[in-house]
Write a protein that binds this ligand. Structure first.
Ligand SMILES: *Cc1c(COP(=O)(O)O)cnc(C)c1O
Length: 463
């Protein structure tokens, strides 16, 4: 069968090619603290606990599949980012990674700001009481209605993404009798992915306005002259799951060059720069993410150095971590269903969820870890592929991982680091019921986003 002819397209073939995997760990019962939420550990009975509660109890009470989010870890990460950047900078949590009203309240309490990129995210943020001035509104194609709501609500900034939007926001703000604070998102020609970055990435992407060819300078000129806008700075976001600060270095240098050009041409020093998000987390033991204070120091040093060189006062810096805050705080708990040993090929372990609750493996070829969490096992490791229950052979949760060879239907396994871009990208494929998110803290578990029900499906289906 031709793989490239598969209806899921060429991406599908990538997913099916042999992944790389290292030797099995010495002890499969050990939970690498890099990839698990802070309060996760294995108790004397061999079961894994989070926030002091055994996963077996959580599965009984909340069912599987389900996401369990370590609230104290989430709050600690918020505080670590806020402390690292200090009062002279701003940390915006990227809501698209995972957003719910409980999350908004935690962010508010821990002193973070919030990025939204749709009317739905804006509604969630405002409904949960995030002050509008602490909200930034993003997106490459905001509708006029979304812009109007954001301006009306008084959001702290709208990040302008195109020439048309500069005019549109100006018109809407004037009509509402407001002056909207805005930043301009520029594409700096840097593209960062995981361990590498490309300093000369081409500008072929839908986000932002290119620095190249004087486009961004022209956008600044227009934003400075149009009524209804207060241009407060320049925004750049270079990628995701980044470990190497070199990409930020190049991007900051290019943004500062633009600030210097703006000063030379208009006599204005824009007071802020936003360096975006994209900071990496550990999905497997091979990943070595940096701590917020190292990131804050590195970014601060880069911007200060570049500004000194250009004779500019150092602008106020903001950053937008999404994954780095919520990603490590949650795991997905699954029950093992069928296990197929294909002689000479591979062992498939099927779970009761799949691409509907974690699309990242199929979409990005993402790597994950997995562990048996309902009990200890000292059986030999076996190399497996963890797959879901969907009608799609690309429905892979973990491409290659070791689980104990006595694994059996009914065991609980968990995939760590699923706090970001899993529930927020979940789908109803095969009429799957999207799993709940349960916050666990100090021995208490509480649903913050409930499981979908079949009634929910039928309610949308108006017949
Ligand atoms: C997606 C995104 C982020 C967050 O990215 P993470 O990888 O989750 O840190 C921040 N800013 C912008 C503009 C984004 O599009």
């Amino acid at each position: 069968m031709s793989r490239s002819a598969h209806p899921a397209g060429p991406r599908h073939a990538d997913v099916l090619t042999e992944g790389h995997y290292t030797a099995p760990p010495a002890d499969l019962n050990v939970l690498d603290e890099k990839v698990w939420a802070r309060t996760v550990s294995r108790n004397d009975d061999g079961a894994v606990t989070v926030g002091g509660i055994e996963v077996t109890r959580l599965a009984e009470e909340f069912g599987t599949p389900a996401y369990f989010l370590d609230e104290s870890d989430f709050r600690a990460r918020c505080r670590a980012w806020a402390d690292a950047f200090g009062p002279g900078a701003d940390v915006f949590y990227a809501g698209k990674a995972f957003l719910s009203r409980a999350v908004v309240r935690w962010l508010k309490e821990e002193g973070l700001n919030l990025d939204v990129c749709s009317g739905g995210e804006l509604t969630t943020a405002l409904d949960a009481g995030m002050p509008a001035e602490r909200i930034a509104f993003h997106g490459n194609n905001k509708t006029a209605a979304e812009i109007e709501r954001a301006v009306q609500a008084g959001v702290g900034r709208i990040v302008l993404d195109s020439f048309q939007e500069i005019v549109r926001v100006s018109h809407i703000a004037q009509r509402l009798g407001k002056r909207q604070r805005v930043q301009i998102r520029v594409t700096v020609g840097v593209e960062a992915h995981t361990h590498e970055f490309i300093a000369t990435a081409h500008e072929d992407q839908k986000f932002g306005i290119a620095l190249a060819g004087g486009q961004a300078a022209e956008a600044v000129r227009r934003a400075l002259t149009l009524d209804g806008l207060e241009l407060i700075g320049i925004h750049s976001h270079i990628g995701s799951q980044i470990f190497d600060m070199a990409g930020f270095e190049v991007s900051a240098r290019r943004v500062v060059q633009l600030l210097a050009e703006v000063r030379d041409e208009h006599g204005v020093e824009l007071p802020e720069i936003d360096l975006g998000g994209g900071l990496g987390i550990a999905y497997t033991s091979d990943d070595d993410p940096r701590e917020p204070h190292e990131i804050a120091k590195a970014l601060g040093d880069i911007v200060t150095r570049e500004c000194e060189a250009a004779g500019l006062a150092t602008p106020r810096i903001s950053v937008e971590p999404g994954r780095a805050i919520v990603g490590p705080t949650a795991f997905t708990l699954y029950e093992v269903g069928t296990i197929k040993h294909l002689e000479g090929l591979r062992t498939y372990v099927s779970v009761d969820g799949g691409m509907s609750d974690n699309i990242r493996t199929a979409l990005y070829d993402a790597e994950y870890s997995v562990a048996l969490v309902s009990r200890r096992s000292d059986a030999e490791p076996m190399l497996v592929r963890v797959v879901g229950k969907h009608c799609e052979s690309g429905d892979i949760v973990v491409k290659d991982a070791f689980l104990p060879s006595d694994l059996a239907p009914g065991d609980l396994i968990a995939v760590p680091a699923t706090g970001a871009y899993c529930r927020s990208m979940a789908s109803n494929y095969n009429h799957a019921l999207r799993p709940p998110v349960v916050a666990v803290r100090d021995g208490e578990a509480r649903v913050i986003l409930r499981r979908e029900t079949e009634e929910d499906l039928l309610r949308l289906d108006v017949g």
